[in-house]
Every structure is written in C-alpha cells, then in structure tokens.
Write a protein that binds this ligand. Structure first.
Ligand code: ADP
Ligand code: MG
Length: 286
C-alpha cells in the first residue's frame, strides 16, 4: 500500500499546478542530481520577434519574403509563428509542392520549379548550399533562406527569458543540483541564455538524437536526471530521463503524454518547487 504522505505530496503539488503521474516520482525528484532543460519554450517564452532581415541584393527581397511567409504558414513551430506575425496575410496565389518539415532543421519546398529552404544553417549544409554569411557573433536565432540552390539571406529573431527562470536556476544551485541546457537552437544563443541564467553547462546546435545521447551521457557520468522540455523533439529525452517533466500550457501533446510530471503554467520556478515537495514528502513518509 502507498504511505499516506505521498497523497499529501501529490495534493500539495497539484494545488501548485504540478501534476505527478505517480508517487514514485516524488522520491526520484527528492534525490535528483541533475536538472537538464530545453531552452525554447521551457526557459524562454518561445515567442520570437523578427529583429533584422538581410536579403542578398541579387534576389528580389519582397518576392523571397513572400515565399518564406507562405512556406512558414505550413508550420506551427515558434519560428514560423514569428515570421507569420511579422509579414501577416499569406499570399494564396503561391503554390508549394512537396513541402517537408525536417525536425531540428526547418522547412523545404518547391515553388516556381525552384527549391526553397527556410531553417538553420544545418539545413543548408544538408542540401549542400554554401553561404558566406558571418553570423557567428549574432546572439539572436538566425533563420537562413536558400532559393534555387543559392543562399538568399537570413532573418534574425529573438525570444525572451521567462521572468522566474533565473530564480529557478539559483534555487537548483542552492539545492546542489547540477543544471544543463540542451537546445536545437544556434550555439551562440544557447550560451548567451545559459550565461544569463547561470546554468552549469550548455550545448546548442543539437538534433533530437543528439539530445538523447547527451542525456545518456549525463546519466552515466553524473547520476540521475530530471529533464524538462516542451517540444515534440523533447519527447524522446523526457521518456529516457529518471523523471521526465513537460511544460503543460503551451507544450506539445507528445511531451505532455510522455512526461511523468506536468507543470501546468509553464513556470520554471515549479521545478525546484516539485523537488522540494518531493523532499518534504520523504520526511513525512520515512
Ligand atoms: P529547440 O530544441 O531549441 O526547441 P528545435 O529542434 O525545434 O529547437 O529547432 C531547432 C532549430 O531548427 C530552430 O532554432 C530553427 O533554427 C530551425 N527550425 C525548426 N523548425 C523551423 C521552421 N519551421 N522554420 C524555420 N526554422 C526552423
Ligand atoms: Mg523547445
């Protein structure tokens, strides 16, 4: 039978918008050694704003941006929403063929008989498109564009850190929990955000399978892992962790279904709170 204290713990958590799918996760969180987190939508709002648009002079800027807007209207990714909010209404006269969303990379389509790619520079590399853009020092997320087999330019977009994210990381540090950030976004952006938050280690430019390998590595080297994320691409690492946590407000269905613990209001401060409730429950039970 389940000791009474667990019900108290699950109840206290649920009153704070933290849903535990099993009492064993209170124990696991009580002694967790690492909190590993996603960036976009987890520690940041996941609401991007367009900052800068750079289209090479040999391309027609309006034409390119119109095509990018049409292509992004096919996606629900936060990047797509930003582009959409910026350019507004979609031109319905443009016909796309064979549109594909490539996880961790971006979008590919054919339009006017030409290949259009919109995503990160890894996407351009994948389709052997060379580029001369020097974006190394940009702390914004950079969305690259290629049209007709040539690099056409890029759009920079920025996101903001959630109000309670820094306090959450500070609390975890005081509890002696190691923090790691894993993200599919550009490494310079990931390092910038993790420095702002005081996270112990951070890795960017990761594909969904790279996140899985990093979590496996942390588990074997540094002990138990609670992973917190929101995206479809986080579901595999949520499943693999000792305690998988999903942001339940704006999080994807895949992340929420796979998770052991769901934070309903998407606030990072609920991570140390969940650990504390686990610790308090343990004191009552044993
Ligand atoms: P994260 O791990 O940070 O949540 P994702 O794996 O979802 O990130 O995406 C990684 C990167 O792939 C994004 O930062 C973006 O550069 C690119 N990307 C993904 N989807 C799109 C899209 N629909 N349009 C443009 N770029 C995209
Ligand atoms: Mg995410």
């Amino acid at each position: 039978s389940i000791p009474l204290g667990y019900f108290g713990g699950i109840g206290a958590a649920s009153r704070n918008g933290i849903l535990f799918k099993g009492s064993n996760f209170l124990d696991i969180l009580a002694k967790v050694e690492n909190v590993v987190m996603d960036k976009t939508g987890t520690m940041t709002e996941g609401v991007f704003k367009v900052q800068e648009v750079f289209i090479k002079p040999e391309f027609n800027k309006d034409e390119i941006l119109n095509l990018v807007n049409v292509l992004e209207s096919q996606s629900t990714h936060p990047v797509a929403t930003a582009i959409h909010n910026y350019w507004g209404e979609v031109d319905t006269t443009v016909k796309l063929e064979n549109t594909e969303e490539i996880a961790g990379h971006g979008l590919k389509t054919t339009v006017n008989g030409k290949e259009l790619l919109v995503g990160n520079f890894k996407l351009l590399d994948k389709f052997n498109i060379s580029h001369d853009a020097d974006t190394a020092n940009i702390v914004y997320t950079v969305i690259a564009i290629a049209y007709g087999g040539k690099f056409a330019g890029y759009i920079t977009i920025s996101d903001s850190i959630k109000v309670d994210a820094k306090a959450a990381v500070d609390k975890l540090r005081k509890m002696g929990v190691r923090t790691t950030m894993l993200s599919g976004d550009k490494n310079t952006v990931v390092q910038y955000v993790s420095n702002q938050l005081g996270i112990d280690s951070a890795y960017g430019d990761l594909l969904p399978e790279d996140k899985v390998n990093k979590v496996k590595e942390i588990k074997s080297r540094n002990g138990s892992v609670a992973f917190i994320g929101d995206g479809v691409n986080d579901a595999p690492v949520i499943a693999l962790s000792d305690a998988g946590i999903a942001m339940g407000g704006l999080g994807s269905d895949a992340a929420i279904e796979t998770a052991d613990v769901v934070i309903q209001d998407d606030m990072p401060s609920k991570i140390p709170m969940a650990i504390n409730i686990g610790k308090q429950t343990k004191k009552i039970v044993y």
